[in-house]
Design a protein around this ligand. Sequence first.
Ligand SMILES: Nc1ncnc2c1ncn2[C@@H]1O[C@H](COP(=O)(O)OP(=O)(O)OP(=O)(O)O)[C@@H](O)[C@H]1O
Ligand SMILES: [Mg+2]
Length: 295
Amino acid sequence: MSSNAIVQTNIPGYPCRRGKVRDVYDLGNRLVIIATDRISAFDWVLPTPIPDKGRILTELSCFWFRYLAVPNHLIDTDPTAMPEAFRQQADALRGRSMLVRKTEVVPFECVVRGYLAGSGWKDYRKTGSVCGIALPSGLRESDRLSEPLFTPATKAESGHDENVPFELMASQIGQKTAEELRSRSVDVYLRAAEYARKRGVIIADTKFEWGRLPSGEIILIDEVLTPDSSRFWPGDQYAPGGAQASYDKQFVRDWLESTTWDKNSTPPALPSEVVEKTRAKYMEALEILVRSDPL
Ligand SMILES: Nc1ncnc2c1ncn2[C@@H]1O[C@H](COP(=O)(O)OP(=O)(O)OP(=O)(O)O)[C@@H](O)[C@H]1O
Ligand SMILES: [Mg+2]
């Protein structure tokens, strides 16, 4: 992998929507999703990119699409399969681009939790339940749940997602569709978690997005099972009763917390040591899950 970080892409001739991390070009009935090396934390895009991060996330997503073999949006990753304007920048785009089928996005993030962490843990501490699902008392932070919970969230405009009860999702998209997405999301989570477990990685939770094709069929879209959409924990260090080490932007978050930054203004640039350590963490997840020898 080269280490020339890509902060933003510019492909002439196609409408582009920039998320915090990805640039999404609209080709009509298809999209090209390009994962840049931007990194976000505390809902801010940081001024310093993490070289190769976009490639690492793309390789992970594409691996899972192949491994899971559920109907999904991926068509091709080779820039030469894309329109001329993309082919002209093939070298920069290779490894970080996905040509996908455009769908009508189901407006709920399909979150599956196998362990009690993040907003699930906060909710449990306050209410004894997670998104309205009652749990036994006495659970600790990071405890494994007896079965995975489906806890949908709305895609809030502010960028901060809001957990909602399953019934709300069902009332908006229909009971049958909501149940189908719950069962498909839990199924994908369980299969991925089992694969990762054998390699010493815990997938504590993850978020899926689903979208509807013009035919009506609902397929898996967006990125899947990356450190940006999931909590990956090293299994050999797992110790419930507190927060866990993870294969993501932990170093970045910890470092930001150690500065005087108020989280309400432009974040500070990252020191090179933090960049390197973060890149190494993302890389480690990729090596273990995708590039290691088959078991
Ligand atoms: N096959 C698809 N059809 C339609 N939209 C898709 C498809 N795959 C992904 N998307 C959408 O593309 C966008 C991906 O960009 P990205 O994740 O960077 O932005 P975001 O999630 O909207 O914003 P942010 O990440 O900044 O919170 C998401 O809005 C996602 O819902
Ligand atoms: Mg997103």
